[in-house]
Design a protein around this ligand. Structure first.
Ligand code: MF3
Ligand code: CO
Ligand code: CO
Length: 271
């Protein structure tokens, strides 16, 4: 039964996903110039919600998201600052010089989800912070690079783990990438650690996210009393990048690219 619930998207569904994913990336392009010292994460969230609804005509998938009947997520986006790993809830916290933050946007366009996140650096960041952000970006692309029909989902985690761990970073275990489409979190789970040749076999038409969360210190996390936000237990910095990726006949297509999105590293061969 392994992999039996993975939705293979039709040509039309893929076209809808291209549009939803492009929109999620456009939200990050839009917000980038506003990310600077002195603004609150709540202000950024308000701007993004307005852009999602009024400019794109989309819906935030995060606002009110309530998987398994827990506390509904209260904001339109996730903004995770410094030692926050993911699901940071935008609030009155003021960004300051040297902060690193992840902004994670998931929109629903015409019933289809697009999910992407990027790191932002405020002013002058430490060499250690820049290193973590860059290692995590390259780790995501290492994972993307192995996507093709016949590869296994576990190959993604294997290459990410073997890239990031020797660089002194640790990989978060509790949160994984995921299939995505009409559902926000579909099968398969795409872990960012693992073994070559394990997990489901990739087939053309599968769409999933690759979104490694990587810590400068230890991998352990705790969840804040708000029920959502994951932070590093040792309070070390954490970084994350996320793309939504389609398995094509010959390799992959990254659906969440946009004009303002950082290009693939130069060691990536265009598929
Ligand atoms: N966008 C996140 C992901 O990549 C999920 C956020 S769920 C929320 O899977 F409710 F916290 F917004
Ligand atoms: Co995701
Ligand atoms: Co996301």
């Amino acid at each position: 039964m392994l992999g039996s619930k993975i939705v293979i998207k039709t040509k039309d569904e893929i076209e809808q996903m291209r549009l939803a994913c492009r929109d999620s990336a456009l939200v990050l392009d839009y917000i980038a110039p506003f990310v600077k010292a002195g603004v609150t994460t709540e202000y950024l969230d308000t701007l993004m919600l307005r852009y999602i609804e009024d400019e794109l005509g989309d819906i935030s998938a995060c606002l009110g998201y309530n998987p398994g009947g827990g506390t509904p997520y209260p904001k339109a986006t996730c903004i995770s600052v410094n030692h926050q790993i993911c699901h940071g809830i935008p609030d009155g916290k003021i960004l300051k010089n040297g902060d690193i933050l992840n902004i994670d946007v998931t929109v629903i366009r015409n019933g289809f989800h697009g999910d992407t996140s990027r790191m932002f650096m405020v002013g002058n960041c430490s060499i250690a912070a820049k290193h973590l952000v860059n290692v995590t970006f390259d780790a995501m692309w290492k994972g993307i690079e192995v996507v093709r029909p016949g590869a296994h989902i576990g190959d993604i985690g294997h290459v990410i783990q073997h890239f990031a761990e020797p660089k002194g970073c640790s990989i978060v275990r509790e949160f994984c990438g995921h299939g995505i489409g009409r559902g926000f979190h579909e099968e398969p789970q795409v872990c960012h650690y693992g073994k070559m040749g394990t997990g489901e076999v990739m087939k053309p038409g599968m769409i999933f996210t690759i979104e490694p969360m990587i810590n400068a210190g230890r991998k352990e996390l705790r969840i804040l009393p708000n029920g959502w936000t994951a932070v590093t237990k040792d309070r070390s910095l954490s970084a994350q990048w996320e793309h939504t990726v389609l398995v094509t006949e010959t390799g992959y297509e990254v659906l969440t690219m946009s004009p303002g999105c950082p290009p693939a590293p130069d060691w990536i061969k265009t598929p």
